[in-house]
Design a protein around this ligand. Structure first.
Ligand SMILES: NCc1[nH]cc(CCC(=O)O)c1CC(=O)O
Length: 285
């Protein structure tokens, strides 16, 4: 049951992260996965803020000492969105069409369907990316639907890519609410936790850990819950889309106290299977 939020006590503190400022290079060239979280976590540890809101997708596998994820709210749309001035979908793009993305996963998944496409680097904030797509710098670009929805730019979406063909990044569409470990006065933050989302994210991030998911590998993981069963699918792809290793599995009995651990174990197990199958063929050069 949701508690009334003490909104009148909440002050928004805007923090620009390193990841927000990188305009022109692939994230993997700048290194590390904490690019979107580090400055915000420093503000938490310094006491400049008490609660951090991150995109779960950007949260590294390990929490920094002293910090904890207090809640995972209900997930937004997990799908990737297709954005184009001139074309209705991936299959409608011309031969050799120019597709803008900085994501190795989206690149590999797109090339698996359309090996003829030219993948071109696209970074910058959402407004910049949408403007470039609108001006025809690219035939199409791909972005997370959730980010567009959260920024009020849903109208830019021309179509949604299927979860099956574009298995989302671990945690895509979910948020992480992070606090200092041991801070006890944030019960309303913990009340925003959404159990089913937290279970899916635990499974997806288990797979991420097993697959050493970083910006250097093309990795997808997505969990869904139907009734009392969680189904996780995870995959790794060769960056050029010519090979793909995928596993799915399930756990039931999600009401138990150990469900979060079992969800994570499912992810670790399937991730290790995919990793073993892929060998070292899937790492970007
Ligand atoms: N790496 C950038 C990033 N981190 C989180 C989102 C938004 C998606 C989400 O909420 O999971 C995005 C942009 C994108 O993927 O289009």
């Amino acid at each position: 049951a949701a508690m009334a939020l003490p909104i009148e006590e909440v002050v928004l503190v805007e923090i620009v992260t390193t990841g927000d400022q990188i305009q022109d290079r692939r994230l993997m060239e700048v290194g590390g996965k904490a690019l979107f979280t580090k400055e915000i976590e420093e503000a938490l540890l310094d006491g400049r803020v008490d609660i951090a809101v991150h995109s779960m997708k950007d949260v590294p596998a390990e929490q920094p000492p002293g910090l904890t994820i207090a809640a995972i709210p209900e997930r937004e749309d997990a799908r990737d969105a297709f954005i184009s001035r001139d074309f209705d979908g991936l299959e409608a793009l011309p031969q050799g069409g120019r597709l803008g993305t900085a994501s190795l996963r989206r690149q590999a998944q797109a090339l698996a369907l359309r090996p003829d496409l030219q993948i071109e680097m696209l970074r910058g904030n959402i407004d910049t990316r949408l403007r470039r797509a609108a001006e025809g710098d690219f035939d199409a670009i791909l972005l997370a639907a959730s980010g567009l929805n959260r920024l009020g730019r849903s109208e830019a979406v021309r179509g949604f890519l299927s979860i099956d063909a574009f298995l989302p990044a671990p945690g895509q569409g979910a948020l992480a609410l992070q606090t200092r470990e041991g801070d006890t006065d944030h019960a309303w933050v913990r009340a925003m936790n959404h159990g089913p989302t937290a279970l899916c994210v635990a499974a997806e991030r288990g797979a991420m850990v097993a697959l050493e998911g970083s910006c250097r590998t093309a990795v997808g993981a997505h969990g869904v819950i139907q009734g009392d069963t969680l189904t996780l699918t995870t995959e790794m792809l060769a960056p050029d889309g010519t090979a793909r290793w995928r596993r799915s599995g399930q756990i039931s009995g999600l009401g138990g106290a150990d469900a979060m651990d079992r969800a994570r174990d499912l992810g670790l197990t399937l991730g290790h299977e995919v990793h073993a199958a892929a060998g070292d063929q899937s790492v970007a050069v």
